[in-house]
Design a protein around this ligand. Structure first.
Ligand code: IPD
Length: 274
């Protein structure tokens, strides 16, 4: 493998995110062509497919030796595998359900991982004009301004963002409800906004203290985990162990103390790996 020019890769990710942003903005207020994937709440639109095709074709042309993981390619049966090779991980429209409803909390997420670690991440919400960027050891930014986590340590004074991750699975939903109840009773407030990638950016910019989810996918979090760590936050597995991108779970917090309080509280539900 030739040596990697990360400046060039970062510029490419930015350009592709902005191009995708134009497509999302253009389609945002219009009627969408929607298909159901695994359930009536798991949706794909023609915009998701168009953006993923466009982004992956361009990346393949520029970096023929790199690997790719994309939400819609995986849905179409392409193997989702993270190796040590440079791997681009793409969610063409995160918050698809929001996008379908024209709820302005939707984005494209592009990440590059090398040696199973994130090198760069770009998350762009073109509707609210929020461009989140991070590069390893170079900080996290919103529209070019440095962002940092709030650093709060006390759960009772923390805003917790969580997605309920609905599945037609009674056992899973019992765990979801028990976790939600415990948090509602203990934290300052809870929010559920419908885009894991943007939820994590809220923690990175210090607007919320915690985000966790049991059941999301690698493409939902691949860029935003770097945003959190570069903003000084903590990313762990919900069990308190190291975060594993393919394990369908994440716990992000504004401080290690807060992460530990969450680990003590949360019950885990095992999902199939990506
Ligand atoms: C979903 C969103 C949602 C999260 C789900 C994700 P999608 O991604 O990020 O907030 O709760 O786990 O799958 O399907 O809109 O790309």
């Amino acid at each position: 493998m030739n040596s990697l020019d990360l400046d060039d890769c970062f510029q490419t990710a930015l350009d592709l995110a902005k191009e995708a942003g134009l497509i999302i903005s253009e389609a945002f207020k219009k009627a969408k062509k929607v298909e159901e994937k695994t359930s009536p709440r798991d949706l794909v639109t023609e915009t998701d497919k168009l953006i993923e095709d466009q982004v992956i074709s361009k990346l393949q042309e520029l970096y023929p030796n790199h690997k790719f993981i994309g939400e819609e390619s995986t849905a179409a049966g392409i193997k989702c595998e993270l190796t040590n090779d440079p791997t681009w991980i793409i969610d063409p429209v995160d918050g698809t359900l929001n996008f379908v409803h024209s709820f302005p909390y939707t984005c494209i997420s592009i990440a590059l991982w090398v040696d199973k670690k994130p090198c760069l991440g770009v998350v762009y919400n073109p509707v609210l004009q929020q461009l989140y960027t991070a590069r390893k050891n170079a900080g996290a930014f919103l529209n070019g301004e440095r962002i940092r986590v709030s650093g709060k340590e006390d759960l009772s004074r923390s805003l917790v963002v969580m997605e309920m991750g609905y599945r037609p699975d009674e056992k899973k939903m019992e765990v979801v409800h028990r976790n939600a109840k415990k948090l509602i009773e203990r934290c300052h407030g809870t929010r559920a906004l419908g885009s894991a990638a943007l939820d994590m950016c809220l923690v990175a910019e210090g607007a919320a203290e915690v985000y966790w989810e049991n059941g999301l996918h690698a493409w939902d979090m691949a860029a935003s985990v770097l945003l959190i760590t570069e903003a000084g936050g903590v990313v762990l597995d919900i069990t308190g162990g190291p975060h594993d991108l393919m394990n369908r779970r994440v716990l992000c917090a504004a401080s290690p103390q807060l992460a530990q309080q969450m680990v003590q509280l949360l019950e885990v539900y095992d999902e199939d790996r990506d």
